[in-house]
Write a protein that binds this ligand. Structure first.
Ligand SMILES: N[C@@H](CCC(=O)N[C@@H](CS)C(=O)NCC(=O)O)C(=O)O
Length: 124
């Protein structure tokens, strides 16, 4: 029963993720120079996520709207390198989570609302 519910939840999440990809997002527009700066800054950020998690789907939409490329890391797979890294470094697995690397300093940011506010502040 528990497995069935999990499969249903994942299936529904995957469907929502696919529909979300089909719904256009209004994108921030920049000139070439501004885009280059934004791209460079975005290279320091990674999104740890599950494909079908609704909070992650929302975060990915925010990223698409901000017209930046942020690397996504699959933290769902048990025993996977990114899930294990997150567990080791933060003491928990919760997605979405941003890993922000500034030089040697690494910040892990949880909560989709905080992630949205941070990305909008940095890239709007
Ligand atoms: N309040 C959090 C909720 C995030 C949340 O519930 N994430 C779930 C996935 S949808 C999670 O990380 N679950 C951990 C797990 O399944 O191991 C947010 O808005 O980001």
């Amino acid at each position: 029963m528990k497995l069935l519910l999990k499969a249903f939840r994942n299936g529904l999440g995957a469907l929502i993720a696919l529909i979300s990809r089909l719904i256009p997002v209004k994108k921030v527009r920049r000139n070439a120079q501004e885009q280059e700066v934004a791209n460079k800054k975005a290279e320091t950020i990674e999104l740890y996520q599950f494909f079908a998690c609704p909070f992650c789907i929302m975060s990915r939409r925010v990223i698409r709207g901000l017209n930046i490329n942020i690397i996504t890391r699959d933290a769902q797979k048990r025993g996977g390198v990114y899930r294990d890294e997150m567990q080791k470094e933060t003491g928990k697995v919760q997605v979405p989570c941003l890993k922000i690397t500034k030089g040697k300093e690494v910040t892990w940011m949880f909560e989709s609302s905080d992630i949205k506010a941070y990305l909008e502040k940095e890239f709007s």
